[in-house]
Structures are given as C-alpha cells and as structure tokens.
Design a protein around this ligand. Sequence first.
Ligand code: WQD
Length: 340
Amino acid sequence: MSKYILVTGGAGYIGSHTVVQLINSGYRPVILDDFSNSTLEIVKGVEQITSTQVLVRKVNVCDINSTRAVFNEFHFEGVIHFAAFKAVGESVSEPNRYYRNNILGLLNILDLAEEFNVQNLVFSSSCTVYGSPKGNRVVTEETVLQDANSPYGNTKRIGERIISDFVNSKVNLKVLNLRYFNPVGAHESALIGELPAGKPNNLLPVVTQSAIGKFGPITVHGNDYSTVDGTCVRDYVHVVDVADAHVKAVEWLMEQEQSLEEHINIGTGKGTSVLEIINTFEQVSNVRLDWVFGPRRKGDVEEIFADASKAYDVLNWRAKKTVKDAVIDAWNWELKLKNG
Ligand code: WQD
C-alpha cells in the first residue's frame, strides 16, 4: 500500500520536482499549496511526466483549520514542508509578511504533526543560515552559523531553532533540515521548472530570461571579489538532484527509531562563479548574452559552497547532474515557456 506524504508548497519549484520523484519512488504525495507562487499548469506537468493523477488541496498552510482538514483526510507517513516565501530581496522590504508567513506556517505543521502523530518531517532550510561564513568558504553542517543576511534567511534559522525546541520537548518527531545551496535547472522534459513571479532575482532565471528577450542586459553584481575571476561563487545544484535528496531524506527518517533532528547540506561540493555560469550558458545555447559589470549587490556572500559529505554518509545521496546539465535544462524550460 503506497504511503501518503504531505508536500506543502508542492506546486512550487523544488516542491513539484520532489512530487515527481516521490511518485517515481512509489509514494502517494498530496500537494498542499495556495498557488500564490505557482500555477495549476505545473501540476499538469507533474501529471504528464508521471502519468499519474496528483492529489492537490488548495490550502494556505497558515490557515490551520483548512490544513487540519487535509491531515484528517489522509494518514500521512511524513511531511515535506516547502511552503514559504523565499525571495531574499523581497524579504528585506517586507519582513513582517515573511516572518508571519514562514514562521506561522511551520508552527502549524509542527502542531498538526503532533496532533496526528506524523513522526517524519523534512524541513526546507537553506545555506543562507550560514550567512557570510568567516574564512573557510566550504561549509559543513558544523560551521558556526552567522547572522543571516536577510529576513528570509532568518526565518530559516529561526525555523531550525523552533524545530530543535519541539524535538527537545519530547514531541515524538524525527526531523531532517535540508540546507539547500543554489537549486537550478528544470526537469529534462521541460514540463516543469522555475516560474519566478515578476522579474527574477536568481542568476540562472535572469540569464535565460535575458537570453529569450524578456528584458535587457544582465548586470553582473561585482567583479572585485577575491575569487577565481572576481565574481561571486556559489554551489549550483540541479533541482532534480535536490528532489532526490528529499525522497532519500523521508526514507531515512522512516527507518529511524528515536526522535531526532539533523541538518544536512544539499549541494554539489563545487563552486561556480557568475562569469562561469554566463560562459557555460553561451556554450550550450550558442546565444551571446548581453551583460555588464555593475556594483556589488547588498547582502551578497563572496563565495560559499557545500561540504556535501554528510549527505552521502547519512543519505547515500550525492549530486549526479552537473551545472552544465542544469543550464541546458533551464534553457529548454525557458524555450518551452516561450514556444509552448
Ligand atoms: C547568485 C549570484 C548574485 C542575479 C539564492 C537564493 C536563496 C538561497 C541561496 C535557497 C550572486 C549574482 C544574480 C543577477 C548577478 N537558496 N547575480 N546578477 O543570492 O546565492 O541566493 O541561493 O534557500 O533563497 O536566493 O542566489 O541566484 O540571487 O545570486 O550577478 O542579475 O549571482 O550577485 O553573486 P543567492 P542568486
């Protein structure tokens, strides 16, 4: 009998790719999403990829009564909690909306997991909890956390703290906090991918939308960093690899006996600069990009990438796809959005 897994934010970017991988692994995911940052087209894409009708409940996770009704309807083996606002820049201008939405949503999930004795929780955390790591640019899960550079990052850091206090209060709960680095790319079918609301902030959607003509030249934020070529370095990890990590996380949790809370980096362990992303895109697409150097972007970390060894040791997970694969898939998705 297939196990039901609740996926809050399951119509979103990482959520929808995770729903595909859950179905492919024999689970019955239930998408709980208010569609404030996604469309039903994405759900249709998931159904086309998997040839499976997906269970969807249009609910805002901050509405505890409506969310409780979904817990009442299904017996969940686990919850993967993605639903949150996630635009770093927007969170700086709208902190109250971010704290209310991201923290209240998590508290509701924790309360309902306890109420319905759902013992396995995967929390969508972020490398932003590391802030600007001092000295070593390769971060392990033991790296001392710095102040996050944005209210968004703080909601993840506070979220991890809340979860830790819940687990320590003898609530029967097993939690994995997955700290994503920079998820990029799209499903190889080009039936699902990233749908940034408005003008994107993240580098790869900016690149593909500039290339397709949605807006003008790309501004490379800063070229005077102490990095390989003066531009910022990040750990770009293919979204399908990130989705696989969530399936492995749920399966690992279901095997554990005791209450626990663990943090795991989800990255490739390799750093790639902004200019290297631009050059890779031009190589794979044969499209010349129009870009200029501009000033540094406030809050940017100079260089950060994961020590991903714990993910392999604990979950037997490592990234299989490359940055080049992600750039190709992101471009194919952009072309599909334009040409239908
Ligand atoms: C990457 C680099 C920019 C746009 C993201 C998510 C955050 C978290 C971590 C999950 C930076 C540069 C960008 C542009 C540019 N992920 N850039 N011109 O800031 O690392 O944060 O990953 O939780 O949610 O936002 O990613 O893609 O915005 O920027 O030069 O037009 O690309 O300055 O150096 P970031 P990003």
